[in-house]
Every structure is written in structure tokens, then in C-alpha cells.
Design a protein around this ligand. Sequence first.
Ligand code: MN
Length: 250
Amino acid sequence: MAKLVDFHCHLDLYPDFEALVRECETREIYTLAVTTTPRAWSRNHELASKTKHVRAALGLHPQLVHSHGSDIVMWEKLLDKSSYVGEVGLDASPQYYKSLPEQKHVFERILKACSKQGGKVLSIHSIRTASTVLDMANEHLDLRNNTMVLHWFTGTAVEARRAVEMGCYFSINARMLRSSKSNALLKAVPLERILTETDGPFTDGKVGPARPEDAMTCVEGLAGAYDLPVADMQKAIVRNLLAILQTVTK
Ligand code: MN
């Protein structure tokens, strides 16, 4: 049976964090455990490094920059230990708009640090900032040896096509597929650039907050959208993930 992929999940925000890491491993769900602050990374990495299917990403969430912006110093110190970066990016929704200049400053430092080291995979948040995120990546990120995965992308189809041309991947969740915008997005993104995510626990699963196994709901939705059998869709997503993993240095 093909495996599942949850390329953006906040495993450390579940009450049974450690059990959930083990569950991803036994169920063979490739899971990217994103973090919102670099302070959380070491514990995530410690648990993930004992598994084959879970990896920890070093993050500094744009919604936390206004209160934890100085964590960028710790983030930069940890980067050479991690090939995975996230959750990072920009958020211009009304409650975070004020901190946008500081968010940009932090994000620029993140992109430059990734460029310097190379071999990174970034899970990127871009609420109301798709064009700015792509502009900044063009300017500050070496896209020849780093891979961007746009998480819960809400930009326009034109922005999505630009991101595809830049080599970006898109991690799609089931909630996005319920939005009327998803048809235009999926038309703009070739199957080879699609991954699945849950963004758990911030979306709903079959029972309560989504867990990595709920990525299957998204696989089923994508199969419908791309007119493929579910099993073929599932295999295609694993194939896309393996293509990305080949670019990772460690
Ligand atoms: Mn998230």
C-alpha cells in the first residue's frame, strides 16, 4: 500500500505528541513536524530523528514575530542542524499586519541563511502576501539548491503559476479543497508539484482536530480534482515527496 504524506503538521501541539510521532512511524506517514518557534525544534528533532517517516522543521511563525522576533538569533544558530525549515513566511491578515515590516526583516534573514547553506526544504506561510513572498524568494533565496513548499496557498492563479515557474511545490489540505478557489489553483499547478498536508491541529479531521492520517481525505479530494484513481493519486504524492527528499543534504 502506498504511504501517506502530511507535509505540514504541528505534532507538538497535540496532547499526545510523543505517541503521535510513533503513530506516524508505525503507519508509515511521511510527516513534516513544523514548529512555530526555534525553542521547540530540539525536542521535535530528538523524537523525529529516531524515526524513518517523521522530520522536524525549524520554524519561526510570522504570527509570532511581533512577540518573539528576537528568536531569529536562536533560529540562525540552529539552522545548520536542520534541512527542513518551517513554519516561516509572512502574514498580512488584519491582526498581524502591523508587524509586517518586522516579519519581512525576519523572513529575509531566514531566506539568506538558507541560501548560504543550501539543501533546505522550506514550508512557507503566505497569507495575503503571496506576491511579496515570491518577490523576496527571488531576491534572497538560491532556488537552485533550496526547495520552497507553499503551505495552504491562498494566492491567485496568476501567483500560483509564477510560483510553479520558480519551482515551488504546494502542500494542499482538505479544507482548501472545500474552497471555491481550489479549482483555479489546481488548474495552475501540475500534479508533479502537489503534496498533501493537514496543518493539524488547525483543521478538522474525521474525528476532532485533523491528525496526519487524515491526509487521506485530501488525497481523495485531489484524486477527484485531477481525475485519477485514489491509489494513483496517493502514489503520485509519495513520488513528489521522494523527488524533494533527493535535494536534502541531511
Ligand atoms: Mn501551520
